[in-house]
Design a protein around this ligand. Structure first.
Ligand code: PLP
Length: 368
C-alpha cells in the first residue's frame, strides 16, 4: 500500500496549520549538548514551583484514581464561585485555559465568522481559529506593540465573532487599560464575544499603580465578556492542565457541548482546589516576579519592554536566532520570537533568585 497522502487525508485548514513550538525542555537540551544544570526561562512557568498546598493535597487523592473524575467539576467550580463571587453556572473548567478558547471558537463561530486579536498576541488565539477552519484577523498594534484600540475597532467586520485580548498579553507583557476595554466593548457587534485572557492576572495585581482592566468586573457589566484564567502560571500547576472560564451561563452551556467529557483530571481539580486557597504562595510568587522584572529591566543591556506578568520581551536589536543558540550552549533556554513575527526579539521568563544572576549574565554576554 502507498503511504497516505496528506492532501487527501485532511481539509486544507488542517494541512496548512502552523504547529505551535513549545519551549525546549531542559532534559532535551541537556541530552543534546551533554551538559547538566541548564535553566529554562522559556515557558512563563512559576520558578518557585507548585503551590505547596497542592503538593500536599494530591497524594491523598491517589487511591481514588480508579474512578472517573467528576465531569461537572463541581468541587472546583464551587471553590472558584466562593473565591470570585461568580455563580456556579457562570463557570466552566478546561484542560488548561487554552482548551476553553478552542472550545469557544468551535462552539460559537460559523465557518465564515472571524476571530479577531492584534499582532504579537498569544499564538493560541490564531491557532484556535485555524484549527476550527475559521478566519483569524490580526489588527495592528501601537508602536510599543500594545493594543491599539482604534486599530482593533477598525478591524471589526460584520463577521467578527470572537475578539480575544490578553491582559497581560504574551509575549509583550502589555495590558489592556480600563478605558480601552470599554471602548472595545462599545464597538463590539451585539452577536460577538470579547474574551479577556487573564492567564497572568495575579501577577498584574502586583502592580496596583498601573491601570489595567479587571476581566471579572467587565464580565459583571456585560454579558458578552468571557474571562479566561489558569492554574498554569502563578499557582505553578502547568503540568496538571487546568484552567477556567467565567462567562454568561448561555456561553458556559455551549462550552459544555463541545468540550470532551472528563477532560479535566481528578488530580488536576484536587490540586487546583488546594492551590486556590494558597494565598501565601500567590503573594510570594507575584512579589518575586515583579522584583525579577524590575531587575531585568534595570540590568539587561537591551530594550526590555515593561511587563505586568512573569516574563519580559527583549529587543536584541539584531536577529535573535543566533542569540538563542548561544544562550542554549550556555545552558539557558529562552524563547525566540520569530514565530510571533518578531525576528529580533526573545522572551525571557523570570527565574528563581538563584537563577536570575546567571540568566542576566548570559543575556548581557550574548547581547554585547
Ligand atoms: C496569555 C496566555 N494565555 C493562556 C496560556 C495557556 O495557559 P494554559 O496552560 O492554561 O492552557 C498562556 C500560556 O503560556 C498564556 O501565555
Amino acid at each position: 500500500m502507498p503511504d497516505p497522502k496528506l492532501d487527501e487525508l485532511t481539509p486544507s485548514h488542517v494541512r496548512n496549520l502552523d504547529v505551535y513550538q513549545p519551549g525546549k525542555p531542559i532534559e532535551e537540551l541537556e541530552r543534546e549538548l551533554g551538559i547538566s544544570g541548564a535553566i529554562k526561562v522559556a515557558s512563563n512557568e512559576n520558578p518557585l514551583g507548585p503551590s505547596p498546598k497542592a503538593l500536599a493535597a494530591i497524594p491523598k487523592a491517589l487511591s481514588q484514581l480508579h474512578l472517573y473524575p467528576d465531569a461537572g467539576g463541581f468541587a472546583l467550580r464551587r471553590a472558584l464561585s466562593a473565591k470570585y463571587g461568580v455563580p456556579l453556572e457562570e463557570l466552566a473548567l478546561g484542560n488548561g485555559s487554552n482548551d476553553l478558547l478552542y472550545q469557544l471558537v468551535l462552539a460559537t463561530c460559523e465557518p465564515t465568522d472571524e476571530v479577531l486579536s492584534h499582532k504579537y498576541a498569544f499564538l493560541s488565539y490564531r491557532l484556535s481559529a485555524q484549527v476550527a477552519g475559521r478566519p483569524f484577523v490580526a489588527a495592528p498594534t501601537t508602536p510599543e506593540l500594545g493594543l491599539d484600540a482604534d486599530a482593533l475597532i477598525a478591524a471589526i467586520t460584520p463577521r467578527t465573532k470572537v475578539v480575544v485580548l490578553g491582559s497581560p498579553n504574551n509575549p509583550t507583557g502589555s495590558v489592556v487599560t480600563r478605558a480601552d476595554a470599554q471602548k472595545v466593548l462599545a464597538a463590539l457587534p451585539a452577536r460577538a464575544l470579547l474574551v479577556i485572557d487573564e492567564a497572568y492576572a495575579e501577577y498584574a495585581a502586583q502592580w496596583p499603580e498601573v491601570d489595567h482592566v479587571d476581566g471579572l468586573e467587565l464580565a459583571r457589566q456585560d454579558k458578552r465578556v468571557v474571562v479566561l484564567r489558569t492554574f498554569s502560571k502563578i499557582y505553578g500547576l502547568a503540568g496538571l492542565r487546568v484552567g477556567f472560564a467565567v462567562a454568561h451561563k448561555a456561553v458556559i452551556d455551549l462550552l459544555g457541548r463541545v468540550g470532551r467529557t472528563f477532560h479535566v483530571s481528578s488530580l488536576a481539580m484536587i490540586g487546583a482546589i488546594a492551590a486556590l486557597d494558597d494565598d501565601e504562595h500567590v503573594a510570594i510568587s507575584a512579589k518575586h516576579a515583579r522584583a525579577a522584572i524590575e531587575q531585568l529591566r534595570r540590568e539587561v543591556k537591551a530594550k526590555v519592554y515593561p511587563s505586568l506578568s512573569n516574563f519580559v520581551l527583549i529587543d536584541c536589536g539584531k536577529p535573535s536566532g543566533p542569540i538563542y543558540d548561544k544562550l542554549l550552549r550556555m545552558g539557558v533556554i529562552v524563547r525566540p520570537m520569530a514565530a510571533w513575527g518578531l525576528p529580533n526579539h526573545i522572551r525571557v521568563s523570570v527565574g528563581s533568585a538563584q537563577e536570575m544572576p546567571r540568566v542576566i549574565g548570559a543575556l548581557n554576554e550574548v547581547l554585547a
